[in-house]
Design a protein around this ligand. Structure first.
Ligand code: 5GP
Ligand code: ZN
Length: 113
């Protein structure tokens, strides 16, 4: 899939609406359309990168920023007792949208891993 066809690039561009949680120059966070928990949002880089397996040294700062945003945004969304993060990578990892995203969810019972 090219970035032109990418649903999350369209969300970044505002061509598909989303319920935003956070936005800066490099990063966007928005609620998942099919939440698996009472609170479920995703943090994505604005620039298209297909998956964690496609990241390089050049993405190191960006990945760090995204991970550090997770606890802050989780707290702001009311997940004060904790949350789960998930990054599905590749078809074998259950990835459905091939634009890197970190799921953050919680606020209800979670199955043990
Ligand atoms: P994956 O399985 O790739 O890790 O997760 C993709 C996630 O994107 C799914 O949880 C799915 O519900 C969510 N999703 C797919 N299309 C849209 C959309 O158009 N808007 C939003 N907000 N979420 C979407
Ligand atoms: Zn994309």
């Amino acid at each position: 899939m090219t970035a032109q066809d990418c649903i999350f690039c369209k969300i970044v561009a505002g061509e598909i609406p989303s319920r935003k949680v956070y936005e800066d120059e490099e990063v966007l966070a928005f609620h998942d359309i099919r939440p698996v928990a009472p609170v479920h949002f995703m943090i994505i880089p604005k620039a298209h990168v297909a998956s964690l397996a496609d990241c390089t040294e050049a993405h190191r700062d960006l990945l760090g920023r995204i991970l550090l945003l997770a606890p802050r945004l989780a707290r702001e969304q009311g997940l004060t007792s904790g949350f789960r993060t998930m990054i599905n990578t590749g078809r074998g990892g259950g990835q459905e949208v091939f634009h890197l995203h970190v799921h953050v969810f919680g606020g209800g019972p979670l199955r043990p891993m």
